[in-house]
Design a protein around this ligand. Structure first.
Ligand code: ADP
Ligand code: TZD
Length: 582
């Protein structure tokens, strides 16, 4: 053996390599995404382990729908896409409801699902958890992509991020087949293939003639009204919106998730006179709010129309980033297409010192109705019925939120939703998250986890007992991550209430009725959290105060009069049987 190595035999330094797993994680990190909400299994278990090793936080759930809801609301709260990671077929399908809900609500999220081998899926040969996930996701989200080669991971993630947050935000599906993760490539080439997305949600400036048209209409209004939706909350143009309201003196109505954009106690807040201002207003400025069912489609009796479909005669100015939203229900006289911040700033630019004050008789009339309704509500809230009802329980939550305006409020149910929305004032933007555009049950614990994680603030989740059941197993997740979440179940023994009877007279209880006096607080105790059984407002108050002080996972089972709720809360009329009774 020769002691001298020939040039060909010289040991070469092995090129550093990377793989699909690390490229995915590096691409997320490069774009400031440090949280993954998901549930492990083939083929993404190792991705979750490596994610932790690489310094990302992985929040592992008990069901993918809850992880998806967490990702969706993380997107709303941060303005960056929330990421949900699932296994193939059934895990993907479990996450899909949340993806569709995110898209419906304009929340930016990316559902990343592992998938089985394309060759087998496409020939339908029966792979483990085989499903053509990309095809199924497509119609339910804003965009859907698949990455087959490691060198395309950077582009795939960049496209997913852009699609989720630019224009109207929404859900994006990213399909990553199992084989992708183990593909290797030169580390330096891999690094160069990643994309740090520049300006992912570009501002969209409204056209000057559109601004002039809107200002003209607003200036001539006798009874102007501003309607703030969750698009306005999402846009983070809080100071500009406040300036618009205060400089013009125009009363405003916040939609549910826009509550707190300005404090609900603001003198121009018209919430307590809603049924007066909607039919009376002559010019309505919609800011990031759609004229969908939640606003009676902009017509009918709510808006002063003579019949169900009749237009009330209002003129509408609509600020929205989506041009096709205009005229979706009624004529939009002054469409203002652009991002909320740019549009509101453009309006402010045209509102000089000579801008007329909002007509004082209009503002005065609203103030009078408000005062009357607020006084009436105060009377109801001061009552102390036994057992508790929605009002006496929510009066406590109202005080607690007032004393802790930074706390996040999650809310779902029917009566539990409607009463909380109208009784509990919000003081800061993006503190209230709820069932949104679909009125979907099941967002509760997923939203609560992400609200705690993303805001670092304590979370109060006000839940109907039925609503809670959809995601209740995530109490374990809340305890595992030791999150400062206090769940308040307004427990009236069933869906809407607990008193329905089996109309056939059989021994089964009615479809809306649950086990009586269920001890939900014990579920929290099972995982090491604090359980409180509250039958009085004092017990509820003590439980809530203690939870906020200790920041320990807590569940308060607040026992409500089982006769207290109404069918479907405030939307009884949408039940088909209501039409039979007419
Ligand atoms: P709400 O339920 O509170 O009435 P919607 O979800 O119906 O609100 O409406 C939100 C609207 O806001 C959507 O039409 C969406 O396109 C729009 N939107 C979302 N983000 C922005 C933004 N940054 N600028 C302008 N419009 C936005
Ligand atoms: N399933 C899903 C996914 N979303 C829904 N909205 C419903 C079913 C129907 N539904 C409502 O619209 S509210 C509600 C259901 C089942 C629960 C109401 O009961 P609750 O609240 O106990 O949560 P209240 O306070 O008793 O009304």
């Amino acid at each position: 053996m020769s002691a001298v190595l020939s040039p060909v035999q010289e040991p070469v330094e092995e090129a550093a390599m990377t793989d699909g797993f690390h490229l995915v994680l590096d691409a997320l990190k490069l774009n400031g995404i440090h949280h993954i909400y998901g549930l492990p299994g083939i083929p993404i278990t190792d991705l979750t382990r490596m994610a932790q090793a690489e310094g990302l936080r992985v929040f592992s759930f008990r069901h993918e729908q809850n992880a998806g809801n967490a990702a969706a609301i993380a997107g709303f709260l941060t303005g960056k896409p929330g990421v949900c990671l699932t296994v193939s077929a059934p895990g993907f399908l479990n996450g899909l409801t949340a993806l569709a809900n995110a898209t419906t609500n304009c929340f930016p999220m990316i559902l990343i699902s592992g998938s089985s081998e394309r060759e087998i899926v496409d020939l339908q040969q029966g792979d483990y958890e085989e499903m053509d996930q990309l095809a199924i996701a497509k119609p339910l989200c804003k965009a859907a992509f698949r990455v087959l080669h490691a060198e395309d991971i950077g582009v795939g993630i960049a496209r997913a991020i852009r699609a989720a947050v630019s224009g109207r935000p929404g859900g994006v599906y990213l399909d990553l087949p199992a084989k992708l993760f183990s593909q290797t490539m030169d580390a330096e080439a891999g690094r160069r293939s990643l994309i740090e997305v520049v300006d992912p949600a570009p501002r969209q400036i409204p056209a000057p003639d559109a601004v002039a048209r809107a200002l003209d209409l607003l200036k001539g209004a006798k009874k102007p009204l501003i309607l703030l939706g969750k698009g306005a909350a999402y846009a983070r143009a809080d100071e500009s919106i406040r300036a618009l309201v205060e400089r013009t003196g125009i009363p405003y109505l916040p939609m549910s998730m826009a509550k707190g954009l300005l404090p609900d106690t603001h003198e121009l807040c018209a919430s307590a006179a809603r049924s007066y201002v909607l039919p009376e207003a002559d010019v309505v400025l919609l800011i990031g709010a759609r004229l969908n069912w939640l606003l009676s489609h902009g017509k009918g009796k709510t808006w002063g129309g003579k019949s169900h479909k009749d237009w009330g005669g209002q003129k509408f100015i609509q600020i929205d980033i989506s041009p096709t939203e205009m005229d979706s229900n009624v004529r939009i006289d002054a469409p203002l297409v652009g991002d909320v911040g740019s549009c509101v700033d453009a309006l402010l630019g045209g509102i000089g010192k000579d801008w007329p004050a909002a007509p004082s008789d209009w503002v005065q009339a609203i103030t009078e109705r408000k005062s009357k309704n607020i006084a009436k509500m105060a009377e109801t809230l001061a009552k102390d019925p036994k057992p508790m009802n929605f009002h006496s329980a929510l009066n406590v939550v109202r005080d607690i939120v007032k004393a802790n305006p930074e706390a996040m409020l999650v809310n779902e149910g029917a009566n539990a939703l409607d009463f909380t929305r109208s009784i509990v004032d919000m003081y800061k933007p993006r503190k209230r998250v709820d069932v949104g555009t679909w009125g979907v049950m099941g967002i509760g614990m997923g939203f609560a986890v992400a609200a705690a994680v993303e805001s670092g603030q304590p979370v109060i989740a006000v839940e109907g007992d039925s609503a809670f059941g959809f995601s209740g197993m995530e109490l374990e997740t809340i305890c595992r991550y030791n999150l400062p979440v206090c769940v308040v179940i307004l427990n009236n023994n069933g869906v809407y209430r607990g008193t329905d009877k089996n109309q056939g007279g059989g021994s089964d209880v009615a479809p809306t009725v649950f086990v009586k006096d269920a001890r939900y607080e014990m579920l929290m105790q099972a995982f090491g959290g604090v359980g409180v059984y509250a039958t009085t407002p004092a017990e509820l108050r003590q439980g809530l105060e203690q939870a906020l002080r200790s920041r320990k996972p807590t569940l308060i089972n607040a026992i409500i009069d089982e006769t207290a709720g109404t069918e479907s809360g405030r939307i009884t009329s949408l039940n088909p049987a209501a039409a039979l009774k007419k």
